[in-house]
Design a protein around this ligand. Structure first.
Ligand code: ADP
Ligand code: MG
Length: 327
């Protein structure tokens, strides 16, 4: 809170404890932090901002807001195969943000930083007439030159995805009262599970990788473009939770939400066909479902197919066959 009398008190009280264990952070009392060199590793850096009313609901519990902020960033690090070690927080708090809110926010932040082994090594604190805006920069490590990229998918590779798809997007619908309440979906929306254990293990196995945050179809499109190939996605093989299955059974048009809705924070990756056994073994080892959902073919863009191999296209808010039949 540049200039405000309580800026330093606020940092010392809520944020400095989260710098413990990282000497280069200097207890958040200096101008900047020092990163010790780490021979043989690349430092992977990512940043994401979230805004009240846009990325979370203004009355969401502050601890959950903090944890989601951490997790969406760690998902990006996981997608590159990196292991997180530090974060920086830039916070614009609305005037009059209370002590209770800050305490709960800092507690949530502390909980997740502890869980994922990262220290808070710096940031900025300002006060704003606008909505609460939080930006987190996350740093991770990966063996030099071995980090995963979106480019690298080859024709013939299998497309895989972790966990289940669509829960986050359906969870937002339940949070806003547009879908029947469902604890699993709501939890998946509010508290993503970044695949930090899985990501580093994909090094040497995956030809390309990214995290799914903007919707499976769009994100697969991004990966295919970066790789100069086309994705053939088999819609019926996309892994769904029981809650998502139940929602789809009640309203099949929700398939569009599932495939394009976003907020999944799962890992999407490609691997050669012959790596299938190794991918399945890894799934069992790390305890995260890994499901083949399509193939990489020559061309560009993404084709989506139904169980009979017919192409689906998005129309009037639902998936339809190109022929115009009901999906
Ligand atoms: P400067 O005036 O150089 O921008 P500040 O006075 O804003 O620095 O910050 C002082 C120290 O507190 C710095 O180490 C900074 O990184 C840290 N800091 C400020 N706000 C935060 C925050 N929200 N989270 C973590 N560290 C913070
Ligand atoms: Mg300074």
């Amino acid at each position: 809170m540049a200039g405000a009398p309580d800026e330093f008190g606020l940092i010392a009280k809520y944020f400095a404890p989260l710098a413990a264990g990282f000497p280069g952070a200097l207890g958040l009392t200096d101008d900047a932090a020092f990163l010790p060199p780490d021979a043989g590793h690349d430092t992977v850096v990512t940043v994401d901002a979230i805004v009240a009313g846009v990325h979370f609901l203004p009355d969401d519990p502050p601890g959950l807001v903090a944890r989601k902020l951490v997790r969406v960033n760690l998902s990006d690090l996981a997608a590159k195969g990196a292991v997180p070690f530090a974060v920086l927080l830039s916070a614009a708090f609305p005037h009059g943000t209370g002590d209770d809110w800050l305490r709960a926010f800092a507690d949530g932040l502390a909980e997740d930083l502890k869980e994922y082994g990262a220290a808070l090594i710096g940031g900025d604190t300002v006060s704003t007439p606008g909505p609460l805006t939080l930006s987190l920069t996350a740093l991770g490590k990966v063996e030099a030159g071995r980090g995963l990229k979106r480019s690298g998918a080859c024709v013939g590779d299998v497309v895989w995805v972790s966990g289940t798809i669509g829960d986050g997007a359906l969870g937002l619908l339940t949070a806003t009262g547009k879908l029947a309440p469902d604890a699993h979906l709501l939890d998946r929306y509010r508290l993503p599970q970044p695949r930090v254990g899985l990501g580093p293990r994909l090094i040497g196995m995956a030809s390309a990788a990214m995290d799914v945050s903007d919707g499976l179809v769009q994100d697969l499109g991004h990966m295919m473009r970066a790789s100069g190939v086309k994705g053939d996605l088999t819609a019926w093989t996309v892994p769904l939770s029981q809650s998502a299955e139940a929602a789809l059974a009640r309203d099949h048009s929700l398939l569009a939400t599932v495939l394009t809705g976003g907020d999944d924070y799962e890992l999407l990756f490609t691997a050669p066909l012959e790596a299938g056994g190794a991918v399945s073994a890894l799934s069992a080892e790390v305890g995260v479902a890994l499901t083949p959902i399509g193939r990489v073919v020559a061309g560009q863009g993404v084709a989506i197919r139904d169980a009979r191999g017919r192409a689906l296209t998005l129309k009037h808010g639902g998936w339809r066959h190109f022929t115009g039949e009901a999906g």
